[in-house]
Ligand binder design. Structure first.
Ligand code: NAD
Length: 426
């Protein structure tokens, strides 16, 4: 199938690579010239396992990138919208990118004769798909579902495993009131062995938010248990293992630490709180999830303050900047919050991340960026582990104080723990 994808970010570029591997012909559109150029040069614009190889294999035969949205829409039959939906301060999400993309599609549809299929993948609050349809109908003077079709197909990938997740989806959710686009999407995804859940627009939108809210809740829950366990002198990892063996709970998302970050959980939970509050309902659990999460990075500082009267002038190594391992994404990373606090305390920071330093250099240009994790350790008296990169388990920490914020040395790796080791909440 000839498919255009608007937005070559974490979601769009992985979707392009995955669909190309399934045999489809993809035009990837972005307003960012640099990303477009990189993709056309077979260079992955983000760090994601397996992505580079797929781009090398499929550019330019099956994947082409462009800034020309109108030509991309005109020459394809189905368009995915994968643009960003960033958070506003109070929790509401910015829909400018989504609405901007809809407007451009609508203008192009004014001159397109054939029926066009449009699929929204960006995470949007319930009701947004219907707003998008209205924009397209008003501008294009075409009618849904007769002249164009629309579906909501939320994305559930995990950054760091996104390519794997594309080919191994738990389920494919397709929300629409038009059976034709549902069949089109089933055809597009036919080689992915996953159950398809057909819903209406709002249900599909709400499934995405509920999914992320539940996972975020699981993380804050185990962090709260971890905070209690630490006070009681109990190993949280063993407790997590014990409850994870109950099939009703499951072993995943039970690693305590400095809390969740990234571009999705904080944004999506706060958007859901905001939307719920607008309806007159005050969501107590979701607010508590946020509250616990905001306090977790501070646990690192509390531990440091307990051990040292002052951090001024202390050399501290920060290992890991990305919000999780195997990604270069630092959006809402707890490491950034900890760095800010330590700068306020006038500590001398030696920073290292294997792939995520570039965006942090723009935010904190004057930190000491080490060439390697070992160099950062060697220059410091205290080491903070803030991303669970595997390589951090293989280093020589000597007898320096190591505070593990990500449970890198969990129950399975107790034997590798540095001599002077402390977990944040275990
Ligand atoms: P991103 O910020 O990495 O990428 C968005 C891209 O869209 C950018 O490259 C931007 O330049 C481009 N863009 C914006 N307006 C455009 C326009 N008018 N035309 C063409 N390109 C345009 O965002 P992301 O992380 O890929 O997320 C995209 C959406 O998917 C968001 O709604 C997000 O919440 C959701 N989502 C993200 C993830 C994830 O792990 N990153 C997972 C599931 C869902």
């Amino acid at each position: 199938m000839k498919v255009s994808i608007i937005g070559a970010g974490y979601v769009g570029v992985v979707l392009a690579a995955g669909l190309a591997e399934l045999g489809h012909e993809i035009t990837l559109v972005d307003i960012d010239n640099k990303k477009v150029e990189m993709i056309n040069n077979k260079e992955a614009p983000i760090y994601e396992k397996g992505l580079q190889e797929l781009l090398e294999k499929h550019v330019p035969t099956q994947i082409k990138a462009t800034t020309d949205l109108k030509t991309a829409i005109s020459n394809t039959e189905l368009t995915f919208v994968c643009v960003g939906t960033p958070s506003r301060k109070e929790g509401l999400i910015h829909l400018e990118q989504v609405k901007g993309a809809c407007l451009e599609i609508a203008i192009t549809l004014l001159r397109k004769q054939a029926k066009h299929y449009m699929v929204l993948k960006s995470t949007v609050l319930p009701g947004t798909s219907e707003e998008c349809i209205k924009i397209i109908e008003d501008v294009s003077r075409k009618k849904f579902p007769k002249d164009f079709s629309f579906a909501m197909n939320p994305e559930f990938l995990r950054e760091g495993n996104a390519v794997h997740d594309f080919f191994n989806q738990d389920r494919i959710v397709i929300g629409s009131s038009d059976a034709e686009i549902v069949e089109k999407l089933k055809e597009l995804y036919q080689d992915i062995k996953a159950p398809v859940l057909e819903t209406n627009f709002k249900e599909a939108e709400m499934i995405k938010y509920t999914n992320n809210a539940f996972l975020a809740t699981k993380i804050s829950f185990i962090n709260e248990i971890g905070n209690i366990c630490k006070k009681l002198g109990i190993d949280t990892n063993v407790v997590a293992k014990g409850i994870g063996m109950d099939w009703r709970i499951g072993p995943h998302f039970l690693r305590s630490g400095i809390g969740f970050g990234g571009s999705c959980f904080p944004k999506d939970v706060s958007a859901l709180i905001f939307r719920a509050t607008e309806t007159g309902y005050s969501p107590k659990i979701l607010r508590a999830v946020f509250e616990v999460n905001e306090a977790q990075p501070k646990k690192v500082i509390e531990l440091l303050d307990k051990k040292h009267n002052s951090l001024a002038g202390k050399n501290i190594a920060i290992l890991g900047l990305a919000f999780k391992a195997d990604t270069d994404d630092v959006r809402e990373s707890p490491a950034l919050q900890i760095i800010k606090e330590l700068i306020l305390e006038q500590a001398n920071l030696h920073v290292y991340d294997p792939v995520a330093e570039e965006p942090v250099k723009k935010l904190f240009p004057t930190l000491n960026y080490a060439e390697s994790a070992q160099e950062a350790i060697d220059n410091a008296e205290i080491v903070l582990l803030l991303t669970e990169w595997q390589e951090f388990t293989q280093l020589n920490y000597g007898d320096k104080l190591v505070i593990d914020g990500k449970n890198i040395f969990d129950s399975e790796r107790v034997h590798l723990r540095p001599k002077n080791y402390e977990g944040v909440c275990w």
